[in-house]
Design a protein around this ligand. Structure first.
Ligand SMILES: [Zn+2]
Length: 327
């Protein structure tokens, strides 16, 4: 890593100064995170047009109905996403936000991402609200069972969900990663899996485990929404909301921006696409930082968080443990 003093600024100087001046004075700060934040960690998001996984529209696999119809296929999709997310690493934007949370006690981050990258950047748990759950939470799919396990980084979660490797692979453990087949490609065959192959609930011993993400047609987690509500209502003023890698055009995301603004918050947008403005539009006092959040956030937050240091990845230990156990 090169020293930041040699690095050219990625934002206009005047905006940087006015933002940092406001950040300094701010105590009540919100951040709203979306898929754009993880894009520079190289993660496919399967959202929007062309979000195909094999022959399936990814949104069609993310429903309770799809899971009851074919839990094996839905688990193959989510096991793949867990695997890809574990191969990715938190980027400097994740670390910068985690650091800000340690410096400013009343900073709350609302994330729409399920990829586990903020938790792995050691973002303090109490100041991170996962609106859509996490790929690394697993819970029982039985309606009457409340089993939930957080931060399960086991990959694959059961042997039947291992990513297949190419046949000419000489099975030397060191070269395995590069010979994995891309099961997002419909031409790569995957086995048909049924109840007996899939992870079961250790509590009721009967229900299938399922990914702890919010599927289409499901409610956002009540406890998470309650915590956010409590934070918003606690005081009459909010100083700042940062909207990062998300268009915040749809509710409830858009609603958080409106509510923060109604309490006086100035809005800072960090996005690659200059058309990605919140539903309520932009106001003169707002900032729009166009570009890669992984470059912009460490810079605009630097007056509070200082220089980012290399930080260990919270999943690295778990990942190593699994690799060692299976080799
Ligand atoms: Zn159960």
């Amino acid at each position: 890593m090169t020293s930041s003093s040699n690095r050219p600024s990625v934002v206009p100087q005047q905006d940087l100064e006015s933002f940092q001046d406001h950040l300094n004075k701010s105590t009540r700060i919100l951040a709203l995170l979306g898929a754009g934040l993880s894009a520079s960690s190289g993660l496919p998001t399967f959202r929007g047009a062309g979000g195909l996984w094999r022959t399936h529209d990814a949104t069609q696999l993310a429903t309770p109905g799809a899971f009851s119809a074919d839990p094996g296929l839905v688990w193959q999709f989510y096991s793949y996403r867990r695997h890809m997310a574990l191969k990715a690493k938190p980027n400097p934007a994740h670390y910068a936000l985690a650091e800000l949370a340690k410096k400013k006690e009343t900073f709350l981050t609302l994330s729409q991402n399920v990829d586990g990258l903020s938790p792995r950047a050691n973002h303090p748990e109490e100041s991170l609200k996962l609106l859509h759950g996490s790929l690394f939470d697993v819970k029982c799919s039985d309606f009457f069972c409340n089993y939930l396990e957080k931060n399960n980084y086991t990959d694959p979660i059961v042997p039947a969900l291992a990513i297949p490797t190419s046949e000419e692979d000489p099975t030397t453990t060191s070269a395995l990663a590069s010979r994995e087949l891309d099961i997002a490609d419909e031409n790569v065959p995957i086995p048909e899996l049924s109840y007996k192959h899939l992870p079961k609930c250790p509590k009721c011993k009967r229900g299938l485990l399922r990914p702890g993400v919010v599927w289409f047609g499901e409610m956002l987690p009540e406890k998470v929404l309650d915590d956010i509500e409590e934070w918003i209502q606690k005081e009459n003023k909010i100083d700042l909301i940062m909207v990062i890698g998300t268009s915040a055009k749809v509710y409830p995301a858009a609603g958080f921006v409106d509510r923060a603004r109604a309490k006086g918050a100035r809005v800072a947008i960090i996005n690659m696409d200059k058309n990605d403005v919140p539903a309520s539009g932009l106001d003169k006092r707002d900032w729009f930082f166009q570009g890669d959040a992984a470059r912009i956030l460490p810079e605009i937050l630097s007056n509070v968080i200082g220089e980012l240091k290399e930080t260990p990845d919270a999943a690295a230990d778990a990942d190593n443990a699994v690799t060692e156990a299976s080799s």
